[in-house]
Design a protein around this ligand. Structure first.
Ligand SMILES: Nc1ncnc2c1ncn2[C@@H]1O[C@H](COP(=O)(O)OP(=O)(O)O)[C@@H](O)[C@H]1O
Ligand SMILES: [Mg+2]
Length: 242
């Protein structure tokens, strides 16, 4: 993924671009040994904007998202969140600053209910959070937040179902609910439409378009040929020359 092939298209009409940017990526690169996974990418995200990151497999989309989330430290360049340099700050602190995300590879607890998955995410997402030894009042607050997040993604009616009974598309919706329950300011969706049917992509597109305004999204996709493949890409960064 190289900077000279990076392309931007029309900005989201809902994102005025006004005010300080919430995310500034400046000439960021990541090298793994002999592999330059990301090479000098720059982009800026303002309040309310949605950005699509487009490129084929291996182009560096996931690596870029990992650098924004703090899982991977860049080997060059810098990242600012809310006007603070976070280039060397880890994922937990960035999550507390308001970075929410879904993963390219699903990390659901498939033997638990839909609601319990979101409750786990609301408590920080670790497997330890599956132990429910919390005071009742705290449990109620967490459950209410989890139910709200499920309502936002249209899964309110499936909250007592076991995750393995959900369709692939519904599991993707659940992953978004698990990100939303942390009330993120920036939402990173890594290939949210991967493996979905055409109908499921339409549902996902609507869901992402209706996300609350404070939640700015950034979505990766392997192609820009079909709008449905890149549901949030009102502003597109191409990650290679294709
Ligand atoms: N942990 C890693 N170690 C070594 N190489 C990696 C690692 N993660 C990604 N890569 C390489 O970096 C390149 C970009 O990968 P990735 O970010 O997963 O691309 P994409 O998400 O666009 O498919 C690929 O060549 C991949 O093999
Ligand atoms: Mg990827």
């Amino acid at each position: 993924m190289a900077a000279d092939t990076t392309t931007a298209t029309a900005p989201d009409p809902r994102g005025s671009g006004a005010g300080a940017p919430v995310l500034v990526i400046d000439e960021v690169g990541k090298r793994y040994g002999g592999v330059q996974a990301v090479d000098g990418i720059s982009l800026t995200l303002h309040a309310g904007e949605r950005i699509g990151v487009i490129g084929p497999n291996g182009a560096g989309k996931t690596t870029l998202f990992k650098m924004i989330a703090g899982d991977v430290i860049p080997t060059s360049g810098s990242i600012q969140l809310f006007a603070k340099d976070v280039t060397r700050i880890g994922a937990a602190r960035r999550a507390r600053m308001g970075v929410g995300r879904t993963f390219q590879i699903s990390n659901l607890f498939r033997d638990m209910t839909v609601l319990d998955n979101v409750r786990v995410a609301a408590r920080g997402g670790s497997a330890k959070a599956r132990v429910f030894w919390w005071p009742q009042r705290a449990n109620d607050a967490v459950s209410n937040r989890a139910i709200d997040a499920l309502a936002q993604v249209g899964l309110h009616g499936r909250r007592d179902d076991i995750v393995s009974d959900l369709s692939h598309g519904e599991q993707r919706q659940l992953e978004i609910a698990m990100a939303l329950v942390g009330e993120p300011q920036i939402l990173l969706l890594d290939e949210p439409a991967a493996g979905l049917s055409a109908v499921e992509r339409v549902t996902l597109k609507q869901l992402i378009e209706e996300l609350p305004a404070p939640c700015r999204s950034c979505s990766s996709s392997t192609t820009c040929r079909s709008p449905s493949a890149s549901p949030t890409a009102s502003c597109a960064w191409r990650t290679d020359g294709t």
